[in-house]
Write a protein that binds this ligand. Structure first.
Ligand SMILES: *Cc1c(COP(=O)(O)O)cnc(C)c1O
Length: 413
């Protein structure tokens, strides 16, 4: 057990800031809005800029309120260090900007959050070759590897069809081959799963979702778990090899992605996210219980054609999810029987809100093919297992009976 795990998940988060002295004994880390910082004298300024002394240089590269949040996420993920970004996409983009070069190859799960899928199409036009594979079986990942493969990218539970990647065996494969394993943990959150346990080197979280949890702040993070040997990564600039090899990756990401591209998290958003994180464990427990109750009700109703939720015994990766996760998450999706219009169904819901966020306290629903997966077209949708009537549900913390009844009554046309 590492030092981080001395206390339970929530205790650790609640008392994280107090491990360092906070101004005026304030119990929340204050929101530091200053963009620039003063020093005792000009020599100290130079020494901070040269990295010879700890300190902040300029808001784009670091901020005390954001650093306090980075510390908490590192503890949540049991990692070495974390860098926060303005959004989850900025965090994923940082992996590309800082670590990939033209001619490199990436193996990605084909079951992906729509915007991440779009990002891989973008980089394909910039000289990075991306192979999409069914990552629920490690053999597909292995078959796609080439000598130029720099990283393997998967989501834990894929948004929106809830396929669970073959997380453990992909981790073993990447470890054997010295390939960086990047896991987007957004759908499980570090409360249900720590990708470090399956040898992931970098962990992505969209803080916008379960960690902030209230749909009132955008943010993203990258955590170095310490499991990857950066001396095996060919794209580290000599400049960043002066530190210990455990720090090479994050030093380069902070400079090449955060500094050069500037997708920095603001201190106000960091504060909202940190407050949200205090109750994440409580929210996740309620959301997992609610999701299972709604999934069970839908699965038992003849008017529903399919329900996708890893907590259901019939889910193809139920056993993997049961082994690796401490809960099945707040994301489910389902398809209505032919003849029931998904827009009419959504309009009959009284509590669930038609909206595109995830991990909110309120239950949100969205017709996937007509909104977030509209731009990619029917062929690519079909290849990702997205039915035209698929409804994605982000389960909130409403009272269970109210929620189950809402999804049931809307089936009565
Ligand atoms: C939402 C989401 C992202 C992107 O996060 P933003 O904060 O919206 O940029 C990335 N991955 C997954 C799995 C997501 O659900």
């Amino acid at each position: 057990m590492s030092e981080h795990q001395k206390y339970g998940f929530t205790t650790t988060i609640l008392h994280s800031d107090r491990q360092k002295p906070i101004e005026h004994g304030s119990l929340h880390k204050p929101i530091h809005t200053s963009v620039t910082y003063g020093y005792r004298d000009a020599r100290e300024l130079a020494s901070v800029f040269q990295g010879k002394q700890p300190g902040y240089r300029y808001g784009r590269q670091g901020n005390p309120t954001v650093a306090a949040l980075e510390d908490k996420i590192t503890k949540m993920e049991d990692g070495l260090s974390t860098i926060c970004f303005s959004t989850g996409m900025a965090a994923i983009g940082a992996v590309v900007q800082a670590l990939l070069r033209a001619g490199d190859h990436v193996v990605s799960s084909s079951f992906l959050f729509g915007n991440t899928n779009s990002l891989w199409q973008t980089v394909a036009g910039q000289g990075v070759d991306v192979s999409f594979v069914d990552a629920t079986d490690v053999s597909n990942v292995e078959a796609a590897l080439t000598p130029a493969t720099r990283l393997v990218f998967v989501e834990t539970i894929a948004n929106p069809r809830t396929q669970v990647a073959d997380l453990k065996r992909i981790g073993q494969l990447c470890r054997e081959r010295g390939i960086l394993y990047v896991v987007d943990n957004t759908m499980t959150s570090p409360y249900l799963f720590r990708p470090r346990a399956v040898d992931a080197g970098l962990v992505i979280n969209s803080l916008t979702k379960s960690i902030a949890g209230h749909g009132n702040a955008l943010g993203g993070s990258l955590t170095d778990t310490g499991m990857y040997d950066w001396t095996r990564f060919p794209n580290i600039f000599d400049n960043y090899k002066r530190a210990a090899p455990t720090q090479w990756g994050m030093t380069q990401i902070r400079a090449k992605a955060l500094r050069d591209f500037g997708g920095s998290l603001g201190p106000e958003a960091a504060h909202h996210i940190a407050v949200g994180a205090e109750t994440m464990a409580l929210r996740m427990e309620r959301e997992c219980a609610n999701a299972l109750a709604v999934a069970n009700m839908l699965a038992a109703d003849k008017r529903v054609a399919a329900v996708h939720y890893p907590g259901l015994a019939a889910h193809p990766q139920h056993a993997v999810a049961a082994e690796l996760f401490s809960g099945y998450g707040s994301l489910l999706s389902f398809e209505l029987k032919e003849g029931i219009d998904c827009f009419d169904y959504l309009n009959r819901l009284k509590l669930a809100v038609p909206a595109s966020n995830l991990g909110d306290t309120r239950t949100l629903v969205i017709p996937v093919a007509h909104t977030i997966f509209y731009e990619m077209g029917p062929e690519r949708r079909a290849s990702m297992g997205i039915a035209e009537s698929l409804i994605r549900v982000s389960i909130g913390i409403e009272d269970t009976v109210d929620l189950v009844e809402d999804f049931r009554q809307a089936l009565d046309a």
